[in-house]
Design a binder for this molecule. Structure first.
Ligand SMILES: Nc1nc2c(ncn2[C@@H]2O[C@H](COP(=O)(O)OP(=O)(O)OP(=O)(O)O)[C@@H](O)[C@H]2O)c(=O)[nH]1
Ligand SMILES: [Mg+2]
Length: 200
């Protein structure tokens, strides 16, 4: 793969209502945070350009609404994703308990080519004292599934870029693997593609 060529990757963020998905993306992309809450209706897309291991990347990040009524619509956006952010709110136990559902639903719909689909879990709002999900519980859940876990705050910009960049790195590695295996397959197939000489 040519390191100077920009790679486009699709990243999606999913999770329960109000956990801070939009806030995390706005902090990551625009370095801004808003206290007021405007629920995401369906989905919206943000773009972030960065470099990982000298490879220029363009992340197309899909923000999705956590409302139940958008659930089936949101799942139609999973297709073609190169990476997934699973978000929950450390002050909202239910949002953590719903992670299994979000993850299963995503993996079922996206049908990953690789065994380990690029994913990270973000436990957001660690700036709030009234915590309901202990760090150990969340990191054990993630360890069991071999998913990197980040404790973050969209409000105070804690660990946000680190989390997205870890996912971008994983997604790029998987993307390169798929690209190279296609290349190998096409090299293997070339001799068979030659037209057979006819005998007469
Ligand atoms: N204290 C604190 N509040 C946050 C943080 N992140 C988000 N919020 C607040 O939580 C509320 C919901 O945030 P959103 O980013 O809109 O949540 P969302 O997950 O996009 O919500 P839906 O689109 O409805 O699914 C807003 O009032 C935010 O200001 C954080 O890290 N700390
Ligand atoms: Mg939102």
């Amino acid at each position: 793969m040519d390191a100077s060529k920009k790679v486009d990757l699709k990243i999606i963020i999913i999770g329960a209502l109000g956990v801070g998905k939009t806030s995390l993306l706005h902090q990551y992309v625009h370095k801004t945070f808003y206290e007021d809450y405007r629920t995401t209706l369906g989905a919206s897309i943000l773009t972030k350009v960065l470099a990982v291991d000298n490879t220029p990347l363009k992340l197309q990040i899909w923000d999705t609404g956590g409302q139940e009524r958008f659930r089936s619509m949101v799942s139609t956006f999973y297709k073609g994703s190169d990476g997934c952010v699973l978000a929950f709110d450390v002050t909202d136990r239910e949002s953590f308990e719903s992670l299994d559902n979000w993850r299963d639903d995503f993996l079922e719909k996206v049908i990953p080519r690789e065994q380990d689909f690029p994913m990270v879990v973000l436990g957001n709002k660690i700036d709030i004292c009234d915590r309901q999900v202990p760090k150990e519980i969340a990191s054990t859940w993630c360890k069991e599934k071999d998913i990197p876990y980040f404790e973050v705050s969209a409000k105070n910009n804690i660990n946000v870029a680190e989390a997205f960049e870890t996912l971008a790195k994983q997604a790029l590695t998987t993307h390169k693997g798929i690209f190279e295996s296609y290349l190998t397959d096409s090299i293997k197939l070339t001799p068979n593609d030659k037209p057979k000489k006819s005998c007469c």
